[in-house]
Design a protein around this ligand. Structure first.
Ligand code: ASP
Length: 338
């Protein structure tokens, strides 16, 4: 039986070609992909293309587009065996993280991919990413999809979407998931690490939860920073602080005063690390104990992208019964190491 994959084209470099007169990259009509790439006809799966009416540079992709993708997947869930989302590379990790939280009880592959060079470029990485992405998105063992989560396939690597970050603006090997092993690799053979794959709860039905809050702010701490500026920021519901190493910040009285003031406004403080590998451990140093004292929430080894979208998903979400801190501590889709 031929598996069916819905290819959702949102935009990004992958769907571009060069205008040789101006030198600019311009989008090409993705519905012509089969004539552009005749190799597509050799695939063992059947592919239907759903292009966004206006292809987006991924710096323009945001919550409304995440919802649109979630709704599209929900609407076509029974018709297709897998979904491949072509997306600009710049914010792909945000979208993959957001989608992982929006899709509950997922039992089919949802794979994101893109490319560093346009599909119309001689040296493009787009073709391999697209063809192998489709192969992963249609991989079944009997009646069961091998991948039942949101993943990114890029440059021979399959990664858990909500563990990724865009690591390079230059190299084809653009994505890493420093705190989680590769889900798979493509070489001569297509490999999958079965024991590292996410599985939903057995009794969980597939559903979507597209709730997103925008009242989240992210701030990177740096040496010599004027902490007083925090009191000039309008009130926000969640402040994510990206601090040093395993969770340290300036050990001054002023720091504690400012953090307490933010908390007294009812703002939740979530702490993540500036290191891309490893995570937060409150109280390991004197300079991180302040976070315990002010009741901040540890982001553990979440990526910044995952922490931000998890906060947006959970904040004021009527679908969760606990407090924000209790819900944030949950490992929803394998995004955090417990
Ligand atoms: N600016 C592009 C985007 O993210 C870059 C890319 O696709 O690689 O849409």
């Amino acid at each position: 039986m031929k598996r069916k994959v819905l290819l959702i084209y949102t935009g990004g470099t992958i769907g571009m070609e060069k205008n040789y007169e101006t030198g600019e990259l311009v989008p090409f009509d993705f519905s012509h992909i089969f004539s552009k790439m005749p190799e597509m006809n050799l695939l063992e799966c059947e592919v239907s293309v759903h292009p966004f009416s206006k292809p987006l540079d991924s710096s323009d992709v945001g919550p409304e587009d995440w919802k649109k993708i979630a709704v599209l997947i929900h609407r076509h869930y029974d018709q297709y065996d897998g979904f491949l989302i072509l997306h600009g590379t710049d914010t792909m990790s945000y979208s993959a993280s957001a989608l992982s939280f929006m899709l509950k009880g997922l039992r089919k592959p949802v794979i994101f991919t893109g490319s560093q060079l346009p599909i119309g470029d001689l040296r493009t990485d787009a073709k391999e990413n697209l063809l192998t992405g489709l192969t992963y998105a249609s991989w079944y063992e009997g009646d069961e999809a091998v991948i039942q989560e949101v993943a990114i396939y890029f440059e021979y690597k399959l990664l858990r979407g909500n563990r990724t970050l865009k690591y390079s603006a230059e190299y084809f090997d653009a994505y890493h998931s420093p705190n989680y092993p590769l889900l798979g690799q493509s070489g001569v053979h297509l490999k999958i690490e079965t024991e590292d794959l996410f599985r939903p709860e057995p009794d969980e039905e597939f559903s979507i939860d597209t709730h997103i809050s925008r009242e989240v702010l992210f701030w990177r701490i740096f040496p010599g920073m004027t902490l007083e500026y925090f009191s000039e920021i309008p009130k926000m519901k969640v402040l994510i602080l990206q601090v040093f190493g395993s969770g340290t910040i300036f050990g001054t009285e002023k720091t504690e005063q400012v953090l307490r003031k933010i908390r007294a406004n009812g703002t939740e403080i979530v702490v993540v690390s500036q290191c891309i590998s490893g995570g937060i451990s409150f109280g390991k140093y004197e300079n991180s104990s302040v976070f315990n004292r002010v009741g901040a929430i540890s982001g553990k080894d979440l990526t910044a992208e995952s922490a931000i979208t998890k906060c947006m998903h959970l904040l004021d979400n009527p679908g969760y019964s606990g407090t924000f801190a209790e819900n944030f501590a949950l490992n929803l889709r394998g995004e955090v190491t417990e």
